[in-house]
Ligand binder design. Sequence first.
Ligand SMILES: *Cc1c(COP(=O)(O)O)cnc(C)c1O
Length: 358
Amino acid sequence: MPTLRLDRSAVAANISAVRAATASTIMAVVKADGYGHGAVAVAEAAVDAGAGWLGITDVADAVALRDAGLDAPILAWLNPVGADAALAAELRVDVAVGSVDELRQLIADADRPVRVHLQMDTGMARGGSPLAEWPELLRVAREGRGHIDVVGVMGHLPLADRADPAINAPAVLRMRHARDAVLRAGFGPLNVHLGATAGALTDPATNFDLVRIGAGLVGIDPSDTTQLTGAGTFTAPVVHSARVPAGTAVGYGHDMVMSVDTHLSVVGVGYADGIPRELASGACVAIGGERHPIVGRVSMDQIVVDTGRVPIERGATATVFGPAGTAAPTIQEWARWAGTIPHTIVTGIGPRVRRSIG
Ligand SMILES: *Cc1c(COP(=O)(O)O)cnc(C)c1O
């Protein structure tokens, strides 16, 4: 069965790398099922390694985390049709609120006080209130006391992957304005947070009380400035193996015709499992410590690998990706082959792929 194994020690190493770059408390962001690696497992590894907070998109994502016994503070920031106020209060989940409308709705829905982080649009036009709306936001927040308590201010950096403090500076300034306005309105103490992985690794000015680290936990540095450790190893079995003569056509469409006698291995993993269907040449997997190219089209649940002179036994294990320093390709290489970013490689891993912890 195809398996994605999470290496907890890699998550710990990545947390250490972030801690070396910033004194801020780490919020471990485990949205999209922990960037494909399993939200609970990644959250546990991160908290054990010193993360003080957890970040999710929907309040409901907190159920599994709390059920697993994780009791770190949690923030949820994508609540399109209104956060579940009762669940947020029950599970002690803070809710990010990015508009006056959303805040009014939460105040109306909350029987018990919900902890709120007001979200600033720091230049991304992807949620958050622009600074001009903050007087109204704070007026509504003050009126809503008893239903909500403002305990945080949040922004998000649109250009942190450029690793250029000058580019981040306007957002940092807006965050300071927002923080000061919230304090003047009588709320506090506050958890102020702006930076994610790239900001935490490259620009200390963006790091307020918390840094929200998602990609970095599993070994992705969007700024490409820090060598992090790939936390996942994705393996799949060789389900069929054969020696074929020159002239053999492989896969749908017969796009690939083998030019010499060779050995082909069929690996039981395909685009339904997250193998990108559009791949540049060079895409490969590792079998027995050697890289072998993928030939022909990627099918829904299988790929064909040309192992040349090397016969492979059915049942052998192919490694699709793993940490750098082994024969296995990295998620960064897969991203290049697919013309995308490593994030979509890991979040695209399908539900059939068993998640395990190593
Ligand atoms: C996804 C996300 C993060 C985590 O960003 P990474 O670059 O993956 O560390 C932080 N904050 C917000 C608002 C996000 O949506």
